[in-house]
Ligand binder design. Structure first.
Ligand code: CP3
Length: 341
């Protein structure tokens, strides 16, 4: 059976579309009371991620409640370090924490690159259930963190404003850094392939901490590995979102991917001129616009759409929706895209 709404797939492939498709990064989650109800009945975030029928349920909520043109599987980029041997905890109101981090070659050698299908079976099961329950209404997006962003958490052990531990590792131990990035890349390629095998229709790579590296270092320790992933994933359309890395856009022209994510600091016209419709652009409304009133949201959304008009585009925010955003404001953003002509 074919997808009833395949706008995002057609947009990613540069084909003709009736209107611009729209979804939101982090659409599955705390903005919805329906999500919080399920989440609060459990021991925590991880239990939800690891319980396939519930992960499927919260994946589908934004399709039913918000009317987005795609679902994104409810999981986290941090399941990869965990499958490789570094357990994470999700601490309420603080974020991720890794009791064990990577400091030495011995630590890197002890990381595991096998049995991913087994370790992450809950993700693949959630994908299968979601695909079944979506009944082809909209495409399902799979995802993974980019190697540099995963590396940053594996070294730092938690979120950070500067990620100075992870960054200084690149300066102090460049060879070990490459060794670790290589291992993460191998797992990530296999993980994305397994998500595709389980049924996802397109995939996105999140390089959330791209923007904290210098252009030289992002090229050497970030983009290099994103290239390797793109070269191995060609079964479904692929999106690369390197947050903050405006300096890398030029080099991303050569990436073997369909779509480039733009954050709200990136200039739409510059990106259009640079990519010249060789890729689809995704983004890039400032998530803070959704704290404005309904008129402002509609106005800013239409402005964004006008800036992209006539070019390959998937509407989204410039980063994940903030957790305290009113779902009615999110709906206003989505409706403003859908009603644009
Ligand atoms: O987009 C979606 O709706 C799908 C689900 C999704 C989550 N995390 C669920 C989640 C996705 C795509 C992610 C990706 C992710 N996770 C990224 C890349 C995207 C980005 O935001 O830059 C990163 C850096 C992480 C790591 C992570 N997970 C952090 C730093 C945190 C804590 C901060 C926060 O946003 O809460 C998480 C937790 C997390 N991941 C939550 C959700 C719904 C909140 C946990 C809860 O319910 O309490």
């Amino acid at each position: 059976m074919n997808l009833k709404n395949d706008l995002i797939l057609r947009a990613a492939n540069g084909k003709k579309i009736e209107r611009t498709p729209v979804w939101l990064m982090r659409q599955a989650g705390r903005i919805l009371p329906e999500y919080r109800k399920i989440r609060n009945s459990l021991s925590g975030f991880k239990e939800l991620v690891e319980t396939p029928h519930l992960a499927a349920e919260v994946t589908i909520q934004p399709v039913d409640i918000l009317g987005v043109d795609a679902a994104i599987i409810f999981s986290d980029i941090l399941v990869i370090p965990e499958a490789m041997g570094l357990q994470y905890e999700m601490i309420e109101k603080k974020g991720p924490y890794f009791p064990k981090t990577i400091e030495s070659q011995a630590n890197i050698d002890s990381l595991n690159n096998s049995d991913l299908e087994d370790h992450l079976s809950y993700v693949f099961e959630a994908i299968k259930i979601t695909k079944n329950e979506l009944s082809q209404r909209v495409p399902l997006i799979g995802f993974a963190g980019a190697p540099w962003t995963i590396f940053a958490y594996m070294i730092e052990g938690q979120g950070s404003k500067t990620f100075s531990k992870a960054k200084s590792f690149l300066y102090r131990e460049p060879e070990l850094a490459h060794m670790l990035l290589e291992k993460i890349t191998i797992s990530t390629i296999e993980y994305l392939k397994l998500q595709i095998k389980a049924g996802v229709d397109l995939v996105q790579i999140f390089d959330s901490w791209a923007g904290i590296l210098s252009p030289e270092y992002y090229n050497e320790f970030g983009m290099k590995y994103v290239h390797k992933i793109c070269d191995k994933i060609n079964q479904v359309p692929l999106t690369v979102f390197s947050k903050g890395a405006f300096f890398a856009l030029q080099s991303m022209k050569n990436l073997n991917c369909n779509t480039i994510g733009l954050d709200w600091t990136m200039d739409i016209n510059q990106a259009i001129n640079l990519f010249d419709n060789t890729k689809t652009l995704q983004g890039n409304l400032d998530p803070c616009v959704l704290y404005g009133d309904f008129n402002l949201i509609e106005k800013k959304t239409k402005e964004m759409l006008n800036n992209f008009a006539g070019n390959r585009h998937i509407a989204n925010l410039g980063h994940g929706v903030y957790p305290d955003t009113n779902p009615e404001k999110v709906k206003c953003f989505i409706e403003s895209v859908k009603s644009n002509n």
